[in-house]
Design a protein around this ligand. Structure first.
Ligand code: SF4
Length: 194
């Protein structure tokens, strides 16, 4: 995808060419990479429900949280590269298994591919609400791409103090960036028909 030639999908704005294997902070490449796609029962109760949330864990992260519970996925980059078509099939498989929703976890680096996969899956009968599960450290231009595709935003607002964000997650200006991102999420959610 052309948008990956000079990646600014998240606030890190690495400007690397992911299509030729250059690595930015998140280490994501030119294809979606996922660690796991399964029914998850330990999200917020309203998301997991009784049958589970159809959770897709995307590989890589733009933060470096010392307390990360998914360290192997976020920092050690474990997972498998798949095509957009296969990602769409994963969404449909989770629906067939009874998931209440599709829950995209740490998906910022793959948003353009996810949108294509959602279009494909919807053409083939995907009806579930889509949850975007985020650290809050998101770029506005990327969130705007998602306008109309996301039914529920689930941002973890991690820090009100930027010095703590720097110390524990290695990031500058977390508070301002997350605050702006969450306002955009709220704007989209307000007009959602879901
Ligand atoms: S998505 Fe990854 S490569 Fe792109 S700007 Fe963010 S950290 Fe850098």
């Amino acid at each position: 995808m052309e948008i990956l030639d000079k990646c600014i999908l998240c606030p890190r704005e690495c400007k690397v060419n992911r299509n030729v294997g250059e690595l930015g902070r998140c280490r994501a490449g030119g294809m979606p990479k996922i660690a796991l796609a399964n029914l998850h029962y330990y999200e917020e109760p309203c998301i997991s429900g009784e049958k589970g949330s159809g959770t897709v864990f995307f590989t890589g992260c733009n933060l470096a949280c010392k307390f990360c519970q998914n360290y192997k996925i976020s920092q050690e980059f474990s997972g498998k590269e798949i095509s957009v078509e296969t990602l769409a099939e994963e969404f449909l498989r989770l629906q067939a298994e009874g998931a209440h929703n599709i829950n995209l976890v740490t998906a910022f680096a793959y948003v353009p591919m996810i949108i294509e996969a959602l279009k494909l899956a919807k053409d083939k009968g995907l009806k579930l609400p889509i949850v975007y599960n985020s650290s809050g450290y998101e770029a506005i231009q990327t969130l705007k791409m998602l306008d109309g595709y996301i039914d529920v935003y689930l941002p973890d607002f991690k820090y009100a103090y930027n010095d703590l964000a720097k110390e524990l997650s290695g990031v500058d200006n977390y508070f301002e960036i997350a605050q702006t991102a969450i306002k955009e999420m709220k704007r989209q959610a307000r007009k959602s028909s879901f």
